[in-house]
Design a protein around this ligand. Sequence first.
Ligand SMILES: NC(=O)c1ccc[n+]([C@@H]2O[C@H](COP(=O)([O-])OP(=O)(O)OC[C@H]3O[C@@H](n4cnc5c(N)ncnc54)[C@H](OP(=O)(O)O)[C@@H]3O)[C@@H](O)[C@H]2O)c1
Length: 242
Amino acid sequence: MVTGASSGIGAATARRLAEAGFHVFLAARRVDRIEALASEIGGTAVATDVTSTDSVAALAAAVGPRLDVLVNNAGGAFGSSSVAEAEAEDWRQMYEVNVIGLMQVTRALLPALLASGAGAIVNVGSTAGRIAYEGGAGYTAAKHGTQVVTETLRLELWDQPVRVMEIAPGMVKTDEFALVRFGGDADKAAAVYQGVEEPLVADDIADAIAWMVTRPAHVNIDSLVIKPRAQAAQHKVHRVTD
Ligand SMILES: NC(=O)c1ccc[n+]([C@@H]2O[C@H](COP(=O)([O-])OP(=O)(O)OC[C@H]3O[C@@H](n4cnc5c(N)ncnc54)[C@H](OP(=O)(O)O)[C@@H]3O)[C@@H](O)[C@H]2O)c1
């Protein structure tokens, strides 16, 4: 199961997992996109809004009694205001999708993951869940939430046959992430990656997720921080300007 499989990291992960031999369930709101990808990779599309309890219940019903892998990837950043000028609705939405949505999907699919006997959960966090940066507080708070929920779940499931892992990417150049964050402003979105000759791309993260879930069942990759070589730290990015 890959949530947020309609674009970017989620779509690339669905492809990678299908290549690895999994039957992939693809969840997202844009059903046309997940249906197209599902037919390409032989998977199953399930229209889902992870923030809706009813929608997530329908997702669990579609999956059935057994699930081997859950990739909680649906998420994103909305806005980049300072705390002084924060939009409460943006903050609510970020918490809804990155934390509550992840919880709802996990809660609903946990019985099926346990029934697998060797379940694996990968939560897609972010380096934003490790640090702070100006204008990022709504997103960094939400992604710190993703990290802490992951750690808590691992403690709670310590005697159960399910791995609980997190991947925390730095700068990944996907088609929509920055565009969504800046409300469709293409110039602002392009500026994020300006001069970075080789940012990570969605498939780099998908490759890492596929590696994590295909380790033997006793190997738990607690946390994998993954950044482009050009990003030594959140604020220290090598950009080539002419
Ligand atoms: N790009 C980066 O630099 C970066 C870095 C670190 C972490 N991340 C994290 O990686 C994940 C994927 O990011 P991306 O770069 O691939 O961005 P993206 O292309 O914008 O993908 C976001 C995905 O989440 C889905 N989604 C959003 N809200 C949803 C909801 N309520 N219910 C179901 N699905 C929902 C979207 O699908 P629909 O709109 O069709 O529902 C879309 O498929 C996110 O969790 C993001 O925070 C990204």
